[in-house]
Design a protein around this ligand. Structure first.
Ligand code: MCN
Length: 825
């Protein structure tokens, strides 16, 4: 036992390739759909082709007689078992939430809703037989357009009497007064600058790589459910709450999951149906959705209309912001769907200081698939609005957009800073991130080039887009969630098991689906306990292994789950200390822990923590009263969110004759506090950027007049590939969070939140001199061309935005637009 051992290299901050990569990238893992159990049956769903219809009859005989069909069950057949799927976040006490049965019984409320399920010996036979189920529908008028639906002329659910779920407000002048913001608006109208705009957040589809798949095995002591989900703990809770089966009798396993992006943050009808059918059959059953089902009937994201009024002085100081938001809920209140726009409510003010703010939210039901979290959930929508508005303000004042932002943002010496929306930001340095981004981007040079090209009247014009964003992540302080009527807490949990062989097992309540927790959490534990990175194993995603947890979403896993790991590690050290003192024949007070070893100050006597784990395991020589284990557990509930920020700069070239757009340069400087694994972080930023850029340029879920999803395949829903993007330049600054022991902030959504406005601002900046002040997303060549054409034809309306006046949802043909069109080189 000596203290003279080399201290391990610091793991935190080190580029580590992901431990998970080998099995994930080579496809050697077992996805849910790979699972085959003895005697397993297969399910296929029968789905409504109508957006809104009464079910007047279902004929199942032909399907039942099909080869190898074991059963056909309709909603009525399981009526006694069915309860409404839960919504965890009714945002007000009086929120109206339509009953959401996993299988419709009398009426369907969106195209794709399940009306029956076929059980067969193979998936192919189940699908073939599903075609034979004959459902009689009586079509009803459908509420499809968000704005029209808010007028209640056609009801998505006639029994609710309205499409409006509720009304929710945040008002800096006190609930409902509106005084402060109205005063700011009137003052700006009289002698300042007033920017009034209406922006559309189009509907998006969280198109993860692995479609959802579920296996239920009811044959054991417990009912086991494997699901490609982000939230095994929430699924277990929801199944117990809606089926009456005790939680302790349900095991939910999320094996390796091929992405989620919020789209697997739910208890989905298909999970409930698979669980229910498995129990009824008494045999293992499996359901795997097709890609078409995934796009059509999984939940969608965004889908809002934002009416915005920004008040400022002539000198460019923002004085107030009013937001009136219509949010499409789709047919049902999803798990956290109504809460998504509420998350945005605290972000419209972003990094800017002003005194008057009012946010008015009306969530509206329509006859389309329901809307829930999609990467960023509420925060990208808010960031888009404010970052577009700041550009409009700069344009109105004829000033540089970064200069106008800098004049309004919180100074780095002003933290912690409580915003007009009531959030207290932990830390940040907007000047530093912006300066770094400007240097990397070559901001001044590109502005000079832009001027030259404008003066020369080039066909291809250059635009520069800015987004100086912040977001709140690390969902979430339970206390705040409680105040917001959220049904659960926001804590997370970790167990650390110090094995006798010197290895360390870490159990986390988070449930990664591509984020690399096994690697990053191993790095944290390796540093904290001074053990080799390779000796740490991180377990997750099985409620039997990780009994407590709140899963993965809201960029929470590191700042909540990772902090629980830190605290558990510290408890391990505390537990090991008296044993170390005993074995070293020293006083506890004289011990210091460093590099994985307890040493006696002033001597060379020391003992490694893994030796203490072995000593505890044998129990041969422990101090009086010591447990024969140094394992420890910790739950962590954050005091606050964490507030990453950054500056993103984008250069776009726009062909003024074709409307084609080409990205030339993208620079991001993110500040996420302490970074655990820079390689993982840069992967997260890159992936996030692509998703945000895709909203700006390509993706849109389009329904036709009957409510059928037109962009129902990847031919029409333009999910980008690596070939569609350029090589991004990413870097960071570091303002450690003051709310986490490691100083970390989340990163999983930052790229998506920041990039959409940067890109659209760049496209508009390229053609602003032609009179264009707005182009609705996605900025397809057609929309860009129309905006330029209409502005040139005198159609530009500086108050409402040229293209907004011409935006026609029915011709919103982004689904068939060619993303390579344009050829602006
Ligand atoms: N990290 C780090 N240092 C930091 C912050 C994070 O090293 N300062 C690491 C973390 O340890 C973790 C990863 O970066 O390995 C992401 O961490 P975090 O920001 O905590 O986000 P979560 O792990 O909670 O992941 C959720 C987030 C969300 S909300 C969406 S949506 C999203 C995303 O992550 N969906 C993803 N990234 C995704 N990545 C993949 N591959 N697939 C998805 O579906």
């Amino acid at each position: 036992m000596t203290a003279t051992q080399e201290a391990p290299v610091a793991e935190i901050g080190r580029d580590r390739r992901r431990k998970e990569d080998q099995r994930l990238i080579t496809g050697r893992t077992r996805w849910t759909d790979n699972l085959t159990l003895p005697g397993m049956l297969h399910l296929a769903m029968v789905r409504s082709p109508f957006a809104h219809a009464n079910i007047t009859g279902i004929e199942t005989q032909a399907a039942k007689s099909a080869p190898n069909v074991v059963a056909v069950l309709t909603g009525r057949d399981v009526a006694d078992d069915q309860g409404s799927l839960i919504t965890a976040w009714p945002i007000t006490e009086d929120q109206k939430s339509p009953t959401h049965l996993p299988m419709a019984v009398d009426r369907v409320a969106f195209a794709g809703e399940v009306v029956a399920v076929v059980v067969a010996r193979s998936a192919a036979e189940a699908r073939d037989a599903a075609e034979l189920v004959d459902v009689d529908y009586e079509e009803l008028p459908a509420a499809l357009d968000l704005k029209q639906a808010s007028d209640d002329t056609v009801l998505a659910h006639p029994d609710l009497g309205t499409n409006k779920a509720t009304f929710w407000q945040l008002d800096s002048a006190g609930q409902g007064s509106g005084g402060a913001v109205d005063e700011a608006i009137e003052a700006a109208r009289a002698e300042g600058v007033l920017i009034e705009r209406e922006y559309r957040q189009q509907r998006l589809i969280p198109a993860f790589m692995e479609p959802r798949s579920i296996v239920c095995d009811p044959t054991g002591e417990q009912i086991s459910l494997w699901s490609s989900t982000q939230v095994p703990h929430i699924v277990r809770f929801a199944l117990a709450a809606t089926t009456g089966v005790p939680e302790s009798k349900i095991r939910v396993v999320a094996p390796d999951v091929g992405g989620g992006f919020g789209g697997k943050l739910a208890i989905i009808p298909e999970e409930w149906i698979t669980f229910c059918v498995g129990r009824r059959m008494g045999k293992p059953v499996k359901y795997t959705e097709t890609r078409s089902e995934s796009l059509m009937a999984g939940h969608h994201g965004r889908d809002q209309w934002q009416r915005l009024t920004l008040a400022a002085t002539k000198e460019g100081r923002v004085t107030g912001l009013k937001v009136d938001l219509l949010a499409d809920m789709g047919a049902y209140a999803a798990l956290v769907g109504t809460g998504v726009p509420v998350l945005g409510a605290w972000m419209f003010n972003s990094i800017y200081k002003f005194d008057a703010y009012q946010f008015n939210l009306t969530p509206v039901y329509t006859n389309k698939t329901w809307v829930d979290a999609y990467r960023g959930a509420g925060r990208p929508e808010a960031t888009y609005a404010i970052e577009r508005l700041m550009d409009e303000l700069a344009a109105e004042l004829g000033r540089d957009p970064l200069e106008v932002r800098a004049a309004n943002w919180i100074g780095h010496d002003e933290f912690p800073f409580t915003t007009v929306a009531g959030m207290t930001y932990d830390s940040g340095n907007y000047d530093a991130a912006t300066e770094k981004a400007k240097q990397m981007f070559g901001y001044d040079e590109l502005r000079a080039e832009q001027r030259r090209r404008r003066e020369a009247g080039d066909r291809v014009q250059l635009g520069i887009g800015v987004s100086t964003f912040t977001e709140m992540c690390g969902l979430a302080p339970s206390r705040i969630l409680g105040q917001l009527n959220y049904a659960a807490g926001g804590w997370d949990h970790a167990d650390i098991r110090m094995l006798a062989t010197g290895k360390v097992e870490v159990v986390t309540g988070t449930s990664p689906h591509g984020q690399g927790h096994e690697t990053a959490f191993s790095q944290i534990v390796a540093d904290r306990l001074g053990v080799p990175f390779e000796d740490v194993e991180v377990l997750h995603g099985d409620t039997q292994v990780s009994y407590h947890g709140m899963d993965t979403y809201g960029s929470r896993s590191l700042v909540v789950g990772g902090e629980a790991v830190v605290r558990a590690a510290d408890k391990v050290i505390e537990k090991a200390k008296p044993i170390a003192a005993h074995l070293l024949e020293a006083d506890v007070q004289d011990l210091e822990f460093s590099g994985g070893r307890f040493g006696v100050r002033g001597t060379d006597k020391a003992i490694g923590i893994t030796d203490i784990a072995l000593a505890a395991f044998t129990g041969h020589d422990l101090p009086e009263g010591a447990e024969p284990s140094i394992d420890a557990s910790a739950s962590f509930d954050p005091d606050n969110f964490s507030f990453p920020h950054g500056t993103h700069l984008c250069a776009m070239e726009v062909d003024t004759e074709t409307g084609g757009v080409t990205m030339r340069k993208y620079v991001s400087v993110d500040d996420i506090g302490t970074i655990i694994n820079p390689l993982i972080v840069s992967g997260q930023v890159h992936g996030g950027l692509v998703q945000g850029i895709a909203q700006a340029l390509w993706e849109e879920a389009v329904h036709d007049d009957s409510g059928t999803l037109v962009s129902g395949s990847f031919v029409d829903y333009l999910l980008p590939t690596a070939a569609d993007t350029i090589s991004f330049e990413t870097d960071h600054t570091t303002s450690p969070s003051t709310y986490t022991m490691l100083g970390t902030k989340g990163v999983g959504e930052a790229g998506t939140i920041a990039s959409t406005p940067a890109v659209v601002n760049a496209v508009i900046d390229a053609v602003r001199h032609l009179g264009v002040t707005d182009i609705q997303m996605p900025c397809t060549p057609e929309r860009v061309w129309r905006a330029i054409h209409d502005a040139g034809a005198g159609g530009a309306d500086p108050t409402t935005g040229a293209a907004a006046a011409h935006f026609d949802e029915s011709t919103g043909t982004s689904g068939t637009a060619d993303r390579t069109t344009g050829g602006a080189q």
